[in-house]
Design a protein around this ligand. Structure first.
Ligand SMILES: [Zn+2]
Length: 182
């Protein structure tokens, strides 16, 4: 009788340990874990487009929604100096940096040439000085220089493909026509 009781105790103990092990194993089952969320970048942001990130479980990779990542700042911004003034130049965010820099270089070259031209009339000089007091915009495409609200706007391809004298003449002509003065 005493032996039977001892055997039952052992069996009961084994049963309890087995149950405990089963419960522990259950707790490690990936199907029953508590998701641990973190935001993972799905697509990077660029200067022209928002990116995307996805809330993802660190353990199992389940997802729980997305949110946008703000666009990167426009890298196409610099300054040029002529006629005693420094003007900010802003290019469309979609223009490749190499093209933007080449276009700005041409514009700077043309303005420096005009600035050092002794035959420039007072009206032309005043007009270009007024132009340099405003932000210059470089847009995509081949648009010739024009005045938009008294500020210079010009196409990146126009600047890249035109000679210095052509650019300078176009700017001086606009200035001479009062395009940049209030
Ligand atoms: Zn999970």
């Amino acid at each position: 009788m005493k032996q039977t009781s001892k055997l039952l105790t052992v069996m009961a103990t084994i049963a309890i340990i087995s149950l405990a092990l089963a419960l522990t194993a259950c707790g490690n089952n990936p199907d029953t874990h508590t998701h641990e969320w973190e935001w993972v970048e799905t697509a990077p942001a660029t200067p022209t487009a928002e990116g995307l990130e996805t809330e993802t479980c660190k353990t199992c990779g389940a997802t729980n929604g997305t949110r946008p990542i703000a666009k990167l700042p426009n890298p196409n911004q610099t300054a040029i100096t002529a006629f005693g003034k420094t003007a900010t130049v802003i290019g469309d965010a979609s223009i490749p940096a190499e093209d933007f820099n080449a276009a700005v270089g041409k514009l700077q070259e043309a303005l420096s040439a005009a600035d050092s031209e002794p035959l420039l009339s007072v009206g032309m000089r005043n007009g270009l000085t007024a132009m340099m007091g405003r932000t210059i915009t470089i847009v995509t495409g081949n648009a010739a220089p024009e005045s938009v609200n008294k500020a210079l706007t010009v196409g990146v391809d126009y600047l890249k493909s035109s000679g210095m004298n052509t650019i300078a003449t176009a700017l001086v002509t606009l200035a001479n026509n009062g395009a940049f003065v209030d």
